[in-house]
Design a protein around this ligand. Structure first.
Ligand SMILES: [Fe+2]
Length: 271
């Protein structure tokens, strides 16, 4: 097994992994250790990586099979399972708290971001520990959340979604608002406010008001790790038990290019 070292980055979540070159094939023990580390630490940072698209896709597959992303105009032409986050290509940083692609029956276990071009200041990515967020809620609200389900579709208010993406990915998908992590066994709050058409049995307006209020109360600095990008970083985010957001506070005359892969996970369940 490769000599990997894991160093915590924040009291609540996030760890730096060293001793790993993601451009090389990894043995089974190393892959299993990294998969377990993601469930434990929820965000993993690998510095100083140099990856071709093929190498990146191979490395990402240890967290699950790469999934096709549904804003296909941003997918790399020759490698359609890699999405480009690049404002000059029309993909603005997503600044609201969310977890990825909840409109899938088996949504991603992980989102991987590879820093290809990084602005000189700003443009970080924040990740919030939704396990800790759930634990901090009052007991009666935790019990109520465990009974609620979201109805997920493509984001409301996007004007540039292609017809074929709407056809393929805008079917209502129902997920529990609290899900049990497949490897860690703990529970976390799980929803994407922009993709929640409604909470089952609620009106769309009452649903979005409640989810906004929940986000305001839950996401506090104590449970947030903010990644300051360096070129060559790979950030792996556990989509099953976190939310994340980008920071658009960088000079738009500079480029910020991240390659994104989402790795398929299990169908969310509350055990
Ligand atoms: Fe995202």
């Amino acid at each position: 097994m490769t000599a990997l070292m894991i160093t915590r980055l924040h009291p609540s979540l996030g760890a730096e992994v060293s001793g790993i070159d993601l451009s090389q094939p990894l043995d089974g023990d190393t892959r299993a250790a990294l998969y377990d580390a993601l469930g434990k630490h929820l965000a993993l940072v690998f510095h100083d990586q140099t990856l071709t698209p093929e190498q990146y896709l191979r490395a990402a597959s240890l967290f699950g099979p790469p999934m096709r992303q549904h804003y296909s105009q941003h997918n790399m032409a020759d490698y359609p399972d890699i999405g480009l986050i690049w404002h000059r290509h029309g993909q603005e940083p997503a600044e609201s708290w969310h977890t990825d692609h909840t409109n899938r029956l088996r949504p991603p276990a992980a989102t991987l971001l590879y820093g290809v071009e990084i602005p000189s200041a700003g443009g970080g990515t924040s990740v919030a520990n939704m396990r800790a967020a759930l634990a901090a809620l009052p007991a009666d609200e935790r019990a109520r959340l465990a009974t609620l389900k979201t109805v997920n579709r493509l984001d409301r208010g996007k004007s540039d979604t292609r017809a074929e993406d709407i056809d393929a990915f805008d079917k209502p998908i129902i997920h529990p608002m609290v899900r049990t992590h497949a490897t860690h066994g703990s529970n976390a709050v799980y929803f994407h406010i922009g993709k929640t058409d409604r909470i089952e049995g609620w009106s769309p307006q009452a649903s979005s008001e409640y989810l906004e209020d929940l986000l305001d109360r839950m996401i506090v600095p104590e449970i947030v790790y903010t990644h300051a990008w360096r070129k060559g970083d790979v950030l792996v985010i556990d989509d099953r038990a976190t939310m994340h957001r980008a920071h658009g506070d960088y000079d738009r005359s500079e480029s910020r290019v991240l390659w994104r892969i989402i790795a398929e996970g299990d169908r969310p369940v509350l055990v």
